[in-house]
Design a protein. Structure first.
Length: 169
């Protein structure tokens, strides 16, 4: 039998290394017909980085109703089946509005790097809404990286974020 002797700092580091190896972040993605091509590239990008992706979006460019896929993404995030969500539609507005109907969702419509970063830093956004007809694929992929690599700042923002959900009677 082999025993490993470690001090408390080594234990914490070892714990986080093992946790990182075992824990694979799950990302839910959904799109309408306007976001299909970007969705395919984002999924490849995420899988290449080691993420597990739940694809709730359409795989065709045939016209369809975005709420049919966006609610599935929001449900996955809301029910802790996915850590974050990424949603795409032509303007990003309809997808974001739909996702934000869910009690535990904070979907942010973003079209530049600063908005993506602030959505995570200050608003603890858990879904990124991308306007596929208004940003390039290169920008969209960069938004995904910023979103997933930015942590919520907490502090003074925590109190504000806590006030977002409406308490239903």
């Amino acid at each position: 039998m082999v025993f490993l002797y470690v001090n408390s700092i080594e234990f914490v580091l070892l714990y986080f290394i093992i946790y990182k190896i075992i824990y694979v972040m799950v990302i839910a993605i959904g799109n309408d017909h306007a976001g299909t091509n970007y969705k395919f590239e984002i999924v490849k990008h995420l899988e290449h980085k080691g993420f597990t992706v739940l694809n709730f979006g359409t795989d065709t460019t045939d016209s369809m109703d975005y709420p049919d896929t966006i609610h599935l993404v929001a449900n996955a995030v809301e029910n802790n089946e996915a850590t974050f969500g990424i949603i795409l539609c032509g303007s990003g507005n309809g997808a974001q509005i739909t996702a934000n109907k869910h009690q535990k969702i904070r979907a942010a419509l973003c079209w530049n790097n600063e908005l993506v970063e602030l959505a995570r830093l200050h608003n603890n956004a858990n879904i990124l809404s991308i306007p596929a007809r208004f940003v390039s694929l290169h920008q969209a992929l960069h938004f995904v990286d910023i979103f997933l690599n930015t942590s919520f700042e907490g502090g003074r923002h925590q109190k504000r974020v806590a006030k977002i959900p409406v308490k239903c009677n």
